[in-house]
Every structure is written in C-alpha cells, then in structure tokens.
Design a protein around this ligand. Structure first.
Ligand code: FES
Ligand SMILES: [Fe+2]
Length: 352
C-alpha cells in the first residue's frame, strides 16, 4: 500500500478531546472486529464472559444449541449492564428488575409485564452483535451486519501458521492486565514502531535485531506486521533460539496486538481499549505450545514484562507532552514509522 506523503502526525488535540473519543467509539469501535476473549471461556452451554469493546459493553455466551452468541450487554428495560465478569448461567438475568433473557438473547420474562397491555416481549430481546472465532480466539463486532471476520484478518492466520504456530494446539497460560495514563492511540502508535527499541528497550535489543535492515515492517489492508530476527550474537536471560526464528508483532485494526516471541511456540494477544480520553486499559492473553518448558516460559514472560514496563513509561510521557497543548502536532519518519502512517490514515478514513 502506498504511504501518504504526509509527515505530519494527527493533531495532538485528538489525544485528549472527549468529543474525538465519542466519534471513535461510534465510527471505529462500533463497527470493527475486536478480540473479545477465548473459546475455553465459553466451552459449555450457558458459559459467558463480558468485555468492553472501546466503550461498548458486550456479553458472549454459548447457547443451548451449542452456538456462540454475542449481544450488547445492555438491558432493554432501563439500560443496566445485564452480566458482569464471567461464569455460567441458565439464563441471563438483569440484576436491576430481573428481566430475564434466554441464552439466545430473547426476553423470556419481565416481572409484572403480563399486566401491561401491549407489552411486546418479542421485540425486547438483547441486541445481537456478530461473533466469530479464529482458532481459540473469539472476535466480536458490535455491528451484527458486519462483513465476515476473514475480511479483516486477511492472510494473517496464514502468516502465523507459516511461522510454525498451530493456534489450535496452543494452551492458555494467563491473562495479564495493565492501565495507562495515555490515549489509546499513543499506545497503538508506540506498538507500531521499533524506532524506539534501540534507545528505550536495551534488553529487547540485545536479543532481537532491531536494526533498520534486519527488522521488517509490512502493511496489509487491515493489519500490519513487524518481524524481528534473533541477533546473531544475542545475549540476555532469555534464550530466543528454537522453532520460531523471528519475533512477529502484528497489529489488527483498530486495536489488537498479537505477539510471537522467537524461540518456542508462544503467542500473546489482546486489545488496546480506551477507557477515557487519556486513559487506556490493555490485557494480553498468553498462550504457549503444549510441550514448552516451564523455565523457558518464565524467562520469556519476564523478558516481555520488562519491555512492558519500559513502554508504560514511554507512553505516559508522550501523553504529558501532548496534553500540554502547546505544540499542535508531531512529525513522522515515513520509513521507520510507516505503520503509524498506515494506522493514522485508517483512522482518518474511519472518522471522516
Ligand atoms: S434495567 Fe434491567 S431489568 Fe430493569
Ligand atoms: Fe516499545
């Protein structure tokens, strides 16, 4: 894809303005496929989990026919969230006035509604969302009429398979959650370049070759990829040698990061979720191959956590500079930061 010859970043006011965040919720998060959780969380009938898709509350549930369903997690009565957290239920009952929805979303019972002439129970089911899976990963699009997930993922599943990873054989390890005093786009843009790696991630840069000739950046229509080979003379506490020769760091529009570290079968993924104009929540679900050594896993996780700590400081520092409101925008390097340019052009398209 051609890179726009624009070196200007988005206006920095877009990183603090609540009106921009509302627009992003309506024009980006309301109509995009987003990572929601895992199939193991909804393996049995009645098993459900909730999630926040950029400000849009969603509940995912396994219905009685064994189908996966997703709904806006908003009660049709007076707007309470219907479900919280995760668990297993016979029905989805709202805790406010006990309107009770079946696992297929239909309204089964509403106390005292039989005394209301004209109460149209059939019209008051939970609003459906679209749900699909890729291996063990559950994706939801709040727009029930969205085009299929495959259109967004493109050949990404193939690229991951080509790296030697069979996503269906992965075992879930843990979820780690974090929050940032930064706009969600600062977090995404920080993920989309490794221009800062040499400077800001010393331990990562001793293991992964982040030099401009070795570290590969590739844009596709709805996702972009970074490939970092292991350094010829790597050093550190984490052994990156194994079946997976290169680190892969994919970003799927609008907010999903997928990481594969070099070494043994591993993958982590999770969304970058705005919780306020200057506040972001993230989680990463970590998976490993069935036979990966526990010590190696611990070392890889420690290595990854260190990068995370460094990135937190970076993004919060950026937010402070932007928030001051004294400089209107920044400048991108169109080679080293071309994945940011790609992201920013998708965002401008979505908002306009
Ligand atoms: S808001 Fe859900 S039952 Fe009243
Ligand atoms: Fe980083």
């Amino acid at each position: 894809m051609a890179v726009a010859p624009e070196t200007r970043t988005l206006p920095w006011a877009w990183y603090t303005d609540p009106a921009v965040l509302r627009l992003e919720r309506d024009r980006v998060f309301r109509r995009a496929w987003q990572y929601a959780g895992r199939t193991d969380q909804v393996a049995e009938t009645g098993a459900f989990f909730t999630c926040d898709l950029g400000g849009i509350p969603i509940v995912v549930v396994r219905d009685r026919e064994g189908d996966l369903r997703a709904f806006l997690n908003v009660c049709r009565h007076r707007g309470s969230l219907v479900c919280e957290g995760e668990g297993r239920r016979e029905t989805l009952q709202c805790p406010y006035h006990a309107w009770t929805y079946d696992l297929d979303g239909s309204l089964r019972a509403a106390p005292r509604a039989d005394r209301e002439p004209g109460f149209d129970r059939d019209a008051l089911g939970l609003v459906p969302a679209a749900v699909e899976t890729w291996g063990p990963f559950v994706f939801v699009n709040p727009d029930a009429d969205a085009p299929p997930l495959a259109e967004t993922l493109g050949d990404l599943p193939q690229l991951v398979a080509d790296a030697g990873l069979d996503v269906d054989s992965l075992r879930f390890l843990r979820r780690s959650s974090s929050e940032y005093d930064a706009n969600w786009k600062v977090c995404v843009e920080n993920y989309l370049e490794c221009y800062h790696c040499q400077v800001a991630h010393p331990s990562f840069s001793k293991v992964v070759d982040v030099s401009k000739d070795a570290y590969v950046l590739q844009e596709s229509r709805w996702f972009s990829s970074q490939y970092g080979p292991v350094k010829e003379r790597w050093s550190g506490a984490f052994d990156p040698t194994g079946e997976i020769a290169r680190g892969q760091f994919h970003f799927v529009w609008p907010n999903l990061t997928i990481n594969v570290m070099p070494g043994h079968a591993n993958l982590s993924l999770g969304p970058v979720v705005p919780t306020g104009p200057e506040r972001t929540a993230r989680f990463l679900d970590y998976f490993v191959g069935p036979d990966v050594d526990e010590t190696w896993i611990e070392e890889m996780l420690a290595f990854d956590d260190q990068v995370g700590v460094e990135d937190t400081a970076l993004v919060e520092r950026v937010q402070k500079g932007m928030r001051a409101g004294v400089v209107p925008h920044g400048h991108l390097l169109l080679e080293a930061e071309r994945l940011i340019a790609h992201f920013q052009s998708l965002l401008v398209d979505a908002l306009s």
